[in-house]
Design a binder for this molecule. Structure first.
Ligand SMILES: Cc1cc2nc3c(=O)[nH]c(=O)nc-3n(C[C@H](O)[C@H](O)[C@H](O)COP(=O)(O)O)c2cc1C
Length: 176
């Protein structure tokens, strides 16, 4: 971009920057969170492993999201990897979940019409149909701006994921 860009040049730069950032390949996941009886599952693509030893996974969460609040309070989160054919699931979790079904024993069995199960000592939700999942204990939290980066150490995993959902399987974008 030139040193003193015109408003048009600035707009064009802005659009190009968004297009290039959108092109960074990412997966599509559900982040599970819970504090006492409050719980949520939310769609996220800003998720990546950031350290091999220890095994750390980072998730960037909108500062005012229900999930950021629950993870901050509980110190844990899950990442559900979705099967590639499950792209419709993603749309059900872009708003905080209000529809929660519990079994007679009190276990959470469904959220927003999708079967879930509880994992780990704090009974965090994961999608029952997940291709795989990761359970993380929060080790670091970094306020970046619009988003806060939550870094968790992997304490448990499940599934044998093969073909998992990625952003390019949908017409959606996030970020940029
Ligand atoms: C394709 C897609 C990817 C998203 N990725 C993220 C993400 O990585 N981080 C985030 O905080 N919100 C992301 N969102 C937005 C959240 O899903 C949505 O705002 C969310 O439900 C708000 O979180 P809450 O339910 O915890 O309040 C994404 C939305 C879409 C449609």
């Amino acid at each position: 971009m030139p040193e003193s860009p015109t408003p048009q040049q600035h707009d064009e730069f802005d659009r190009q920057r968004r297009r290039v950032l959108w092109a960074l390949p990412t997966g599509l996941y559900l982040i599970g969170s819970r504090f006492e009886d409050a719980l949520n599952l939310m769609t996220a693509n800003l998720v990546v492993q950031v350290c091999l030893e220890p095994k750390l996974v980072a998730v960037a969460l909108e500062d005012d999201s229900v999930t950021a609040d629950l993870v901050t309070r509980s110190g844990a989160f899950t990442v559900s990897l979705l099967a590639r054919q499950d792209r419709d699931v993603v749309r059900r979790f872009v708003k905080p979940v209000h529809e929660v079904v519990r079994s007679d024993e009190g276990a959470v069995v469904s959220m927003a019409g999708h079967d879930v199960r509880e994992v780990g000592p704090t009974r965090l939700p994961v999608l029952a149909a997940a291709a795989g999942y990761v359970v993380c204990t929060l080790v670091r939290r970094d306020e970046l701006g619009s988003h806060t980066l939550f870094i968790g150490e992997v304490s448990d995993v499940g599934g044998e994921p093969a073909d998992v959902l990625r952003m390019e399987d949908t017409r959606m974008h996030y970020g940029g």
